[in-house]
Design a binder for this molecule. Structure first.
Ligand code: PGA
Length: 249
């Protein structure tokens, strides 16, 4: 049985003090014990969050990491230092990283391997843009994204990963995939995992939906059999909205 997960992706938002306040409101709330709650904060916030706020059942994540643990990579962030800060998950392959920073399939694979090596579990994102969807090639692209990065990992590595399906046309646009569209893609992704790693892995891997999830649509999305939770952007910046989404299973 896949774990239920709600992850907030704060992106490049909030001052550190605002982030701490937000995390505090979430931590003190009455959280369901069967949902893992993850806060993917900006790097600048992680030290303060770990020291002042976070402990189980709320996990802290980074939004990216580098492939190397140290060295001449000016401006990059080491996975082992993230681990040292108490980070337990990292988002890899968000569409904003793929499109604005040209992150390749191989680079994403190597980031996941580097994160796993130090004990950080990847949240691997995939998703198609509107042109690809309109051309009816979305399944083809998702299969390519998954096979070229995630499926390059070993069985024991993939077991530790979460997959997030985030159609680019739904991210930050207010247009969400319908529950049927989300279910269709999640079932497809699960079938890819089953074909490659077997039915047990497919059943146990959490597949999150992301793209304009709000308190008003979360319940319907999360009630789909293959939707195990969400990766939430805008609505994760407001404690009440995020808590309402966490309680939408
Ligand atoms: P959104 O972002 O919820 O604001 O659409 C989701 C994401 O990019 O992870």
């Amino acid at each position: 049985m896949a774990r239920k997960v709600v992850a907030g992706n704060w992106k490049m938002n909030t001052f550190v003090s605002e982030g701490i306040e937000l995390a505090n409101k979430i931590k003190v709330a009455d959280l369901p014990s069967d949902v893992d709650v993850i806060l993917a904060a900006p790097y600048t916030h992680l030290y303060a969050l770990q020291r002042e706020i976070i402990s189980y059942p709320v996990f802290i994540a980074a939004q990216n990491c580098h492939t190397h643990e140290s060295g001449a990579f000016t401006g990059e962030i080491s996975p082992i230092v993230l681990r040292d800060l108490g980070v337990t998950q990292v988002i890899i392959g968000h569409s904003e990283r793929r499109s604005y920073f040209n992150e390749s399939y191989e680079f994403l694979r190597d980031k996941m391997i580097a994160a796993l090596k130090v004990g950080i579990n990847p949240i691997f994102c995939c998703g198609e843009d509107l042109g690809i969807r309109e051309a009816g090639k979305h399944k083809e692209l998702i299969a390519e994204q998954i096979k070229s990065s995630l499926f390059q990992l070993s069985d024991s590595q993939v077991k530790k990963c979460i997959i997030a399906y985030e159609p680019v046309w739904a991210i930050g646009t207010g247009v969400t995939a319908s529950p049927e569209q989300a279910q269709e893609m999640h079932a497809f992704i699960r079938s890819l995992v089953a074909d490659k790693f077997g039915p047990e892995m497919a059943q146990n891997i959490s597949i999150l939906y992301g793209g304009s999830v709000k308190p008003g649509n979360a319940k319907e999305l999360f009630s789909q059999p293959d939707v195990d939770g969400g990766l939430i952007g805008g609505a994760a910046l407001d404690a009440d909205s995020f808590l309402s989404i966490i309680n939408s299973f």
